[in-house]
Design a binder for this molecule. Structure first.
Ligand code: ZN
Length: 238
């Protein structure tokens, strides 16, 4: 049974440890030491590093983890010049395995031009990096609203019971913004209440199912690229 462990790194990033039958992988280690601590507590070593995009808060731990464990690095083909030391590049439609766990790669440009997400259909998990956040989405540093809307549409095709593992704990602030857009959305009000309770208890708000996001995330609920662009602009100005 594959196990996924959330590891807080830096201020509000999450790295995710994936333990399959034979292989241990980390997604987006923005920092090495918390990952090393988690591995040592489990008596594990690291085989594989997965990067969703080139930003430092997702890759800064790569080098130290490769040095310590000899882990292989897999990342987006379109960002090969911006991430040092990739052993394997992947692009839209590519498949690989983490031990007994198959992985499908989707390209989701918008936040960065080469951003990818990793879908584990058997484990019902999506590592969405800075493309999709709970009740939010990434800022458009290197892409257009239309590109990001298309990227989110790809994610929307996955099963509703897919667990979304996002790159940041931005959920509470995102929820406040969503309530400004949809003040009468009962599912949204409930999710925001739940999120406030989780944070007050010092708990993460992730993962969250795609089904819940479809009911509460105003970016997924925009309905058109044009409306998405308006909502994204409002969030940027908030
Ligand atoms: Zn980023």
């Amino acid at each position: 049974m594959t196990k996924i462990t959330l590891i807080p790194v830096l201020n509000d990033n999450y790295a995710y440890l994936i333990e399959t039958d034979t292989v241990t992988a980390i997604v987006d280690p923005g920092e090495a030491q918390p990952v090393i601590d988690a591995l040592e507590a489990k008596g594990k070593t690291l085989d594989l590093i997965l990067n969703t995009h080139h930003h430092g808060d997702h890759i800064a731990g790569n080098e130290a983890l490769v040095k310590k464990y000899g882990a292989r690095l897999i990342g987006p083909a379109a960002e090969v010049k911006r991430i040092d030391g990739m052993d394997k590049t992947v692009a839209e439609g590519d498949h690989f395995d983490i031990g007994n766990e198959p992985v499908d790669v989707f390209e989701t440009p918008g936040h960065t031009s080469g951003h990818i997400v990793f879908h584990l259909p058997q484990a019902k998990a999506l590592f969405s990096g800075d493309t999709l956040f709970s009740m939010g989405c990434g800022r458009l540093f290197e892409g257009t609203p239309d590109q990001m809307w298309q990227s989110l549409q790809k994610i929307m095709t996955l099963p509703d019971d897919t667990q979304i593992y996002c790159g940041h704990e931005y959920t509470k602030a995102n929820g406040t913004f969503c309530l400004n857009i949809e003040p009468d959305n009962g599912d949204l009000k409930q999710r925001v209440d739940d999120v406030i309770a989780l944070r007050e208890a010092g708990q993460p708000t992730l993962p969250v199912t795609l089904g819940k996001e479809k009911k509460t995330n105003v970016f997924l609920r925009a309905g058109s690229a044009q409306r998405f662009a308006e909502i994204r602009a409002a969030k940027d100005a908030a």
